[in-house]
Design a protein around this ligand. Structure first.
Ligand code: FAD
Length: 406
């Protein structure tokens, strides 16, 4: 259930294992997080938002309209219990354990995508590249030491660019900052929507079934799922995998599964036919913006907004993002702007659930990938296929066990 990056990856892996697989999705791809994300494949995405020190900075971040954190105050009473649990992880020991879990999912993510997309039309959209974090100066980089120490602890390396080596960087970037950290063996998807569509076509070409519709309910009897209900019709199933991103909670809750999920709403503005495109993904650390070159567009992503699943997008945020970009790169020009908002499915401890649903023999869960679902979708799919087949996964799945919240 759900044909985002996690669902499509899982479906392909299950099909390659010899199962008969049907994907069910309403197929309104632009509303999926997997459509509008930054497309970054970053093995360095190992630290959660809940780093030590966040608690002290949180009030300022939420009040400052130019920070990348927003909350719709009317929504505060609804989100508060989740936020309290989320912030409780901003401790050194918890943040390190979460980083270990994230690292197990994102390490080697470019290779994992290559293995999934090999021989399909999606392959052309998978680009190996550097990843560059831009800092205004060395002291701003030094203020971020927690993050870089964690990356070092987890075996990642980088090059520092400053002085002459920085000026040799793309000149447009050098106008905004004077210090950069560049990492190799990263990558990006040059158009996540098209990439997913190509993978879905590959799935169908292998004999996978596609059913357009919303699953309204998983029908269970005792410890077994018997059917799923789609548009009033019951469809019998052998096993069911729930990969419906932010909407997974609505299907899991009636099963008695207590998995605390919230939408970390994120935004993008795309500059169509920009006058400048960087060679790889760029992070403007001072503005909280990622810039990814996508075919004829430059996609700029940012923002964590707490306003719930149903609230309309906040168009002011798009304006603020454009202002920041124009301020950082005054010479940058573009023909048109596309804008988008989507939902990162986030659990209180910043780790997804991957594995069999507690208390059920044939229900499997793969959701809650928060900020890393595009890069870690293929590995999640491979791990879920292992669990379904009864094979031993190549990483420890206990950090992703859905039973951890009971
Ligand atoms: C602004 C932004 C930038 C991001 N940047 C990155 C990045 O650079 N790299 C990265 O790795 N991650 C990034 N992410 C996170 C990433 O996009 C998500 O973690 C990931 O896309 C989640 O994938 P998913 O398959 O779980 O969910 P989704 O992509 O949301 O897919 C869920 C699917 O389930 C379907 N569905 C919903 N309800 C039902 C139902 N009842 N029945 C059947 N189907 C249903 C939906 O139609 C949808 O197709 C970003 C997110 C945002 C918002």
């Amino acid at each position: 259930m759900g044909a985002g990056m996690v669902g499509v990856s899982t479906a392909i892996r299950l099909l390659r294992d010899g199962h008969a697989v049907t994907l069910i999705d309403p197929l309104r791809s632009a509303s999926a997080a997997s459509f509008g994300n930054a497309g970054a494949l970053n093995p360095s995405s190992v630290t959660p938002l809940t780093v030590p020190g966040l608690l002290a900075r949180a009030p300022r971040l939420l009040w400052d309209r130019r920070s990348p954190f927003f909350i719709r105050w009317r929504y505060l009473p609804r989100v508060l219990p989740w936020l309290i649990r989320f912030l409780s992880h901003a401790r050194r020991s918890r943040a390190a354990a979460i980083a270990d879990g994230l690292s197990a999912l994102v390490a080697g993510c470019v290779d994992e995508h290559r293995a999934l997309a090999a021989g399909t039309a999606a392959e052309n959209l998978l680009i190996e590249s550097t990843f560059t974090a831009l800092y205004p100066d060395r002291s701003a980089f030094e203020a971020d030491q927690y993050l870089w120490n964690e990356r070092k602890r987890l075996g990642l390396g980088w090059r520092i660019l400053e002085g002459e080596s920085f000026r040799q960087l793309e000149p447009e970037l050098a106008r905004h900052a004077s210090f950069a950290v560049r990492m190799e063996e990263h990558g990006f998807i040059a158009d996540p929507g098209r990439y997913l569509k190509a993978l879905l076509e590959h799935f169908q070409s292998l004999g996978g079934g596609l059913l357009e519709g919303n699953v309204g309910q998983i029908v269970v009897k005792g410890a077994k799922a018997k059917a799923v209900r789609v548009a009033g019709r019951e469809i019998a199933i052998g096993k069911v995998v729930l990969t419906a991103g932010i909407r997974s909670g609505e299907l899991a809750k009636p099963l008695g599964l207590k998995i605390p999920m919230e939408s970390e709403r994120g935004y993008h503005v795309e500059l169509v036919e920009p006058s400048f495109t960087p060679g790889g993904v760029i992070q403007l650390t001072d503005l909280g913006i990622f810039m990814t070159p996508m075919l004829d567009r430059l996609r700029c992503t940012s923002i964590v907004e707490f306003a719930g699943y149903r609230a309309p997008e906040n168009t002011e945020i798009h304006r603020i993002m454009l202002d920041k970009i124009a301020g950082a790169f005054p010479r940058l020009r573009w023909k048109r702007v596309n804008s988008w908002m989507g939902h990162r499915p986030s659990l209180v401890d910043s780790l997804p659930v991957i594995g069999r649903a507690p208390g059920f023999d044939n229900i499997y869960l793969g959701y809650g990938h928060s900020h890393i679902g595009m890069m870690s979708g293929p590995r999640t799919g491979r791990l879920l296929a292992d669990v379904v087949a009864g094979r031993k996964p190549d990483i420890d799945l206990s950090p992703f066990d859905a039973g951890r919240f009971s």
